[in-house]
Write a protein of this length. Structure first.
Length: 149
């Protein structure tokens, strides 16, 4: 996706367009494209699997820059469940991640929730919260849990 097309999609586009640009940026290791998906607000929040809560663009950028120092992140969103209103959208999904280990490539699954707000610049991410997942999460039927907490 060209930068001009990315900008046009995000300004006049949908939360899906922003999400596509976000995962494309991960796969390219493109920090500028990735950060353009985020709202320009200090209240943005990001939690990586097993990591601390990061608040604000600076800490979020720093963690993604550290990730990209090891190369792009091969992540593909799957099993997306969407809830949308006029000015906000929540996407709950499974990230199918390819991880390079000393033994070779491995597949990992991450359960993620992405929250988008419609801003004057278009749809932007305001929260990304990710937790370790399993192959069962990727193959599951998406039904309700047996026990609510």
């Amino acid at each position: 996706m060209s930068k001009a097309r990315l900008q046009a999609a995000m300004v006049g586009g949908t939360p899906d367009d922003t999400e596509q640009a976000f995962y494309e940026a991960l796969n390219l290791g493109d920090i500028e494209q990735l950060m353009s998906c985020w709202a320009d607000e200090e209240e943005t929040v990001c939690v990586h699997p097993g990591g601390p809560r990061l608040i604000g663009a600076g800490p979020i950028r720093e963690t993604f820059e550290a990730m990209f120092a090891h190369g792009p992140v091969r992540a593909r969103p799957e099993r997306i469940h969407r809830v949308q209103s006029l000015a906000s959208a929540v996407h709950h999904l499974v990230e199918h991640v390819q991880v390079l280990t000393p033994e070779g490539p491995r597949t990992a699954y991450v359960i993620a929730t992405n929250v988008y707000h419609k801003t004057p610049q278009g749809w932007r991410m305001v929260a990304h919260h990710a937790s370790p997942g399993t192959a069962e999460d990727a193959a599951g039927d998406g039904g309700s849990p047996a026990v609510l907490h």
